[in-house]
Design a protein around this ligand. Structure first.
Ligand SMILES: Cc1ncc(COP(=O)(O)O)c(C=O)c1O
Length: 400
């Protein structure tokens, strides 16, 4: 059999393109903010993770430009050998203080931070215990590791307990340990992992906890430090992971924790060692974003104003927004075709959203993922709610 046969048989996307229901790889012709230009038309952007709206902030642009001017475009190599800049280390120190940990290590992507940390820590006799709805990069980190994997039902503490019991059996007599890994804010449905209720169970089993704050950094916690600070349990969470591709308005990722653990990951993580360092303009943008997060709380405050307005707006209209408590607000429609039709009509009306279908969400839970940023205006919010109400009635999701 030709190894390319699967590509030749892959007709699903061709059919979707031909029928006008292909929502992926849309070409954006403008900067990424609360509105974007697609095919020469302005759309209100509800599909971005630019929560604080910092991609266009003058200070963030300036720091990215300064780093570009001083260090050039790339490090052209791994941090281990020839790509370790003073600004990588300066940023790691500031980041560790920001999230409340001893040390931090930055990777070139958030995906790489999960791959690199989990695979470095989980050896043959260890178990990685994951929430079924964890991000793909956590699943792939498990695949890359030599550890066993136990999954538990989404945000279900009793199911977590059972998974930890199984992991104790896995390591019976061979000295293996367990690492629980959860998303802090879940990327598709915007709900929060109940760290306060999970921690006692994790401690009881002598396991460690790693929290992926990709969608939580800059968003929750008294100063935007993330999920651990939100629950006041930073000292009990062993590892905090995050990305720079969202609130930090850049590209890259990090892991933070005790210095000795971070140093181990730094010297044993293949995705970290055998991959080039974060590019200087990306580090510059991150430093700028951190300056802004620390000195201009108004962006986070506005993000929450927008979030509360939209959560209330959708719920008043009668949409199912699940258990979202954050700027990620799903509109759960259930049926995949309905989601695609709703998506198409929203694009016609001038609204950019992301349709999400299984396996990214459980079967029967297809949804429109909407997400908000500090730069959304009141007028944009009203426009969006009117468009959702109109299309909701038109497609029979809301009463006529
Ligand atoms: C929960 C979660 N973890 C990790 C990642 C990977 O981060 P990045 O896109 O910055 O590589 C993402 C991004 O999509 C995410 O949503």
């Amino acid at each position: 059999m030709d190894i390319f046969q699967k590509a030749l048989d892959f007709t699903e996307v061709r059919v979707a393109r031909e029928s006008g229901y292909y929502p992926y790889f849309r070409v954006i012709e403008s900067e990424s903010d609360s509105k974007v230009l697609v095919d020469g038309r302005e759309l209100i952007m509800l599909g971005s993770n630019n929560y604080l709206g910092l991609t266009t902030h003058p200070h963030v642009r300036e720091r990215a430009a300064e780093a570009l001017a001083k260090y050039g475009t790339s490090c052209t190599g791994s941090r281990l050998l020839n790509g370790n800049l003073d600004i990588h280390e300066e940023f790691e120190g500031r980041l560790a203080r920001f999230v409340g940990k001893e040390a931090a290590l930055v990777f070139s992507t958030g995906f790489g931070a999960n791959l690199g940390t989990i695979s470095a820590l989980a050896s043959r006799h260890d178990t990685v215990v994951i929430d079924k709805d964890d991000h793909a990069s956590i699943y792939d980190g498990c695949k890359l590791s030599y550890g066993k994997v136990e999954r538990f039902e989404h945000n279900d503490v009793e199911s977590l307990r059972a998974a930890l019991e199984r992991s104790s059996n896995n390591s019976n007599g061979n000295g293996g340990g367990a690492l629980v890994v959860v998303d802090g804010i879940f990327s598709m449905e915007g709900d929060i992992a109940p760290l306060d209720r999970m921690l006692p169970v994790i401690r009881e089993h002598g396991a460690r906890l790693m929290v992926d704050d990709a969608h939580a950094s800059g968003v929750i916690g008294p100063k935007g430090e993330g999920t651990s600070a939100h629950f006041g349990v930073t000292d009990q969470v062993d590892l905090i992971m995050g990305t720079f591709s969202k609130s930090f308005a850049s590209l890259g990722g990090f892991i933070a924790g005790d210095a000795v653990v971070i140093d181990y990951v730094k010297h044993s993580s293949r995705p970290f060692i055998f991959s080039a360092a974060m590019a200087p303009p990306s580090v510059g943008a991150c430093l700028g974003a951190l300056d802004v997060m620390e000195s201009e709380p108004q962006h986070r405050q506005r993000l929450w104003e927008v979030t509360r307005r939209m959560q209330a707006g959708y719920r008043e209209l009668g949409f199912d927004t699940g258990t979202s408590e954050t700027p990620v607000i799903p509109i759960i429609l259930g049926d995949e075709m309905l989601v695609f039709e709703f998506w198409r009509r929203l694009a016609e009306e001038g609204v950019f959203v992301n349709p999400v279908r299984p396996p990214a969400v459980p079967a029967g839970r297809a949804l429109l993922r909407t997400s908000y940023m500090a730069t959304h205006t009141d007028a944009q919010m009203e426009f969006v709610l009117e468009a959702f109400a109109k299309i909701g009635r038109e497609l029979g999701v809301l009463p006529a």
